[in-house]
Unconditional design. Structure first.
Length: 448
């Protein structure tokens, strides 16, 4: 099924800018979930922007994919499948950060959509949770599927020669990253700075809103005077513990999260919903710490080039990046979950490597460069090694076995999914608008 990237990181990007621009109506229903014309049109626009070929059946294909997702969601609720708040928060933040990286900054993203980050999170929290529930339900349905080398070979040989896909050049990378240490002194400086801000508000009567605009390092709320409108579960536990221990008008003590030091002022709370103001001060490393990291990786670079240490040894000795230091520095593509990257994926996720690739050959190592991690915004120094660069070619078992194996697995999963759909449709309430009733669906959604 998976014609479209239903869980694409940009799902709500297009919805935000498009869904309100057309006259809407209900075109289908699966259980309690309705499907709107805007859902079809927004995903069609997504396909166009992703340069997916548009055919006359695209509306019907999108509709069937959405109905499938809602069938999964219904079953997930019946089976009490659970997705915790941290999973939703993590997925939401990952999507926002990638969009933010493309647009240029969080402030520009807010200006572009005419919504604050808090508003976007609130509006799409349930959407993201439902997507994750459906995805987990699908994973459970296909979790026990295995595939043998014989099945991979049989699958490849079943593909018509003229249908074997053409593989564009793909790349794989390793990295050594050293992040400057945030010292006890750095954290104390941040704490003391926020302490003075809090005192100026409580003792000197300065405006919380003004102090947030001037000092807060939270890009999502500072320009609005630190204002946040949220509901329980949207923010980190420490933040909500502070909120739900305050009375309206009161200001919290300083508290710490993974983001830094905070104070909050409760404006209003109704049940699980609340409005507050927030000031964040993030501990920052000193220029000396950054220079120290640069010197360490410059020494690392020289030792590798002179053959004094191997790459694998260098990763163990110098890298403090938790996501790659235990895996020889290999960088996993977060879009595909594979080691290989297309140029398009690089441009979306890591433009620094994207810019380096034209000048690098297999085995080349870049000089140390300043690096900002997209997902947690940590700044450090990085060395990149090009593991491999494939030449454009027709897919074959020798060069692309893992890719073909994945395709064979997906084909086998799709067979299981189709069987599952046929057993569940009869027990679900399904209604389709007369304009779509003659669609050539792959599954029998409506009894004849």
């Amino acid at each position: 099924m998976k014609l479209l990237l239903t869980f694409n990181i940009f799902f709500f990007t297009i919805y935000l800018t498009f869904s309100q621009e057309i006259i809407d109506k209900v075109i289908a229903q699966v259980g309690d979930n309705i499907i709107l014309l805007s859902d079809i049109e927004s995903q069609k626009l997504q396909a166009i922007q992703a340069e997916i070929e548009i055919n006359p059946e695209i509306d019907c294909q999108i509709l069937e994919e959405i109905m499938f997702q809602y069938l999964l969601l219904n079953q997930a609720k019946i089976d009490s499948v659970e997705i915790n708040d941290s999973q939703v928060d993590g997925e939401m933040e990952n999507r926002l950060r990638i969009i933010e990286n493309q647009i240029g900054s969080r402030q520009k993203m807010e200006e572009f959509y005419g919504k604050s980050v808090t508003q976007i999170k609130k509006e799409f929290r349930q959407v993201i949770k439902d997507q994750l529930l459906a995805k987990e339900m699908e994973r459970q349905i296909t979790s026990e599927i295995t595939i043998t080398p014989r099945e991979v070979d049989k699958f490849y040989k079943s593909i018509p020669i003229d249908s074997i896909p053409f593989i564009n050049s793909q790349l794989s990378f390793q990295q050594i990253v050293h992040y400057p240490e945030i010292t006890i002194s750095d954290k104390k400086n941040a704490f003391d700075r926020l302490k003075k801000i809090r005192q100026s508000i409580i003792e000197d009567g300065k405006s919380f809103s003004t102090q947030a605009r001037i000092h807060s390092m939270d890009p999502g709320s500072s320009k609005d005077g630190g204002k946040i409108e949220a509901t329980r579960g949207m923010m980190v536990p420490q933040f909500e513990a502070a909120i739900f221990n305050l009375s309206p008008g009161n200001i919290s003590d300083i508290f710490e999260t993974d983001y830094g030091y905070h104070i909050v002022k409760l404006i209003e709370r109704k049940g699980d919903n609340y409005i507050c103001q927030h000031i964040l001060i993030v501990p920052e490393f000193s220029n000396d710490a950054l220079e120290s990291s640069a010197l360490k990786l410059d020494s690392c670079y020289q030792k590798i080039k002179l053959g004094e240490i191997t790459w694998d040894q260098a990763v163990k000795l110098y890298s403090n990046d938790e996501t790659t230091m235990q895996n020889k520095g290999i960088i996993t593509n977060p879009i595909t979950g594979e080691q290989l990257w297309s140029m398009e994926d690089l441009n979306q996720v890591d433009q620094q490597i994207y810019l380096l690739t034209d000048k690098m050959e297999k085995g080349d190592i870049s000089k140390p460069n300043i690096y900002t991690n997209l997902f947690d915004r940590k700044q450090g120094i990085r060395i990149v090694k090009l593991m491999n660069r494939t030449n454009p070619h027709r897919a074959n078992l020798k060069e692309d076995y893992s890719l073909i194996k994945k395709a064979a697995e997906n084909n086998k999963k799709q067979e299981i999914i189709n069987q599952w759909i046929s057993t569940k449709i009869s027990n679900a309430f399904i209604r389709i608008d007369k304009n779509y009733i003659n669609c050539k669906f792959k599954n029998k959604w409506i009894s004849q």
